[in-house]
Each structure stands twice: as C-alpha cells, then as structure tokens.
Design a binder for this molecule. Structure first.
Ligand code: SF4
Length: 229
C-alpha cells in the first residue's frame, strides 16, 4: 500500500478511536448529526495533545509491521511539559522490558549528559522516533519510521518543548526529513514546527567513539544558551 494512503487510513482509524473515547457511539445523518460531528472535530485535536491518552492509543498501534515484531511499545518518559525534549532513534535492547526509553548503557550516558547541563531525566522529556524495537538485528525501515512519525508529531505537539535535541542520524532524518549525516547537521539549530532543533551524536555512538563527546558538549552548551541558562 502507498505510504500516504496508509497514513490517511491510519489517521482515519485513530480519529474514529478518539471519537469513541469522547463518548460517540454512532455517526448519524441530518442537521443533528452534522452538529455532533462538528463538535467531535473541535474536540479531537485537543485529545490528541493529551499525553496519557496518546499513550493509551499507541499501546495498541498496528500502523506498521513492527507491531508483529515488538515485545512492547516504548512510549516516552519525563515531564510532559518539559522545555527540553530528547528524541533518539528506536528503543535500546533493555527498553521493551522496562518500558522506559534509554534504559540501557547508552541511556546511562544520556543521563550523565542531561545532568551535566543541570537537568534530570524527570525535568526533560525523552522518547524515540520509532516506538517499537525490531526483534531481528536490523534498523526500522523508511516505512516504519514514516508510520511512527504519526505518533512523534503528536507527542511533540503535546509536550510543546522550547528545544528538541535529536540524537543521531536516524532520529534526525526521521524528524527533519533531511537526508544528510548528523556530522553535517549538528552544531547549529534547525527548525521543526517553530521549535528549535539541535541534532547531535547518539549516546550509543559515543560509547564506541568517545572522542565525539566533545562535539556533544558543544551542542549542549548551545542548547543551554538558547534556553537562557
Ligand atoms: S513502530 Fe510506531 S507505528 Fe509501528 S507499530 Fe510501533 S508504535 Fe505503531
């Protein structure tokens, strides 16, 4: 199926599920039905910006074939009103068990980076571009990243951070749709729906390339500067 058609059908299904959540049991015709439909249309976007409701819907998501591979959906963690949001590529090996993004070795390094800029895992928001980890040893493909963008977009709108830090090339490409290596994109701010976006190296990459930590620190200093601290 064409990706855009699949997205439209997926959106329609999600919209109907949101309508069910707000108590609608049928869609009737006539003037009364039209008014109810208009009211649903006004209310549904607000519900889409509600993190707990988003989490409930994503837990049953079957928008891509990772639904058959995953052990669990790893949604996100942190302050749902955080000023700073970190977006990694897809769950680490440990994450499906803990249901927490970045709960493994790379996550421990991310925690140290967050603490180095005077924040904590509870004061920022952390998630992945793709919420389900492939069980086989492969990266999510373009279709899967595109399908999960549906959720990422809504999650970003719900948190509405001042700054997004995207970790690594996969997450950067998934968010910004720029097909360039992170080494060329990092070090300067980009923009996504009016939000400042700083790409930097992924913590798992830093574990095997510690020399790149210096560049990450430079990127963090720019984030601190734009956030006023
Ligand atoms: S990866 Fe994203 S789009 Fe695919 S099934 Fe998981 S939550 Fe749904």
């Amino acid at each position: 199926m064409d990706t855009s058609l699949a997205e439209v059908l997926g959106d329609a299904r999600q919209y109907l599920e949101f309508l069910k959540d707000i108590g609608c049991t049928s869609i009737g015709g006539g003037e009364k039905g039209r008014k109810i439909a208009e009211q649903w249309h006004d209310e549904a976007p607000a519900l889409q910006q509600n993190i707990p409701l988003l989490q409930k819907h994503i837990s049953n998501c079957r928008r891509c074939r990772l639904a058959d591979e995953r052990e669990a959906v790893v949604f996100g963690q942190g302050d749902p009103e955080a000023g700073l949001m970190f977006i990694g590529p897809f769950p680490e090996a440990e994450d499906p068990d803990t249901r927490i993004p970045y709960s493994g070795e790379a996550g421990a390094l991310l925690t140290r980076i967050i603490e180095a800029i005077g924040q904590s895992r509870g004061s920022v928001y952390i998630c992945h571009a793709v919420k389900c980890r492939p069980t086989s040893d492969r990266l999510p493909d373009r279709f899967e990243a595109g399908a999960c963008r549906h959720w990422l977009k809504r999650q970003i709108r719900a948190v509405c951070p001042q700054v997004i830090c995207v970790l690594g090339g996969f997450a950067t490409q998934a968010l910004l749709k720029i097909d360039e290596p992170v080494s060329r994109l990092r070090g300067r701010f980009h923009e996504y729906e009016g939000i400042s976006v700083m790409p930097t190296y992924e913590p798992a990459y830093l574990l095997v390339n510690p020399a790149a930590k210096r560049a990450v620190w430079e990127d963090m200093k720019k984030i601190m500067a734009i956030m006023g601290d």
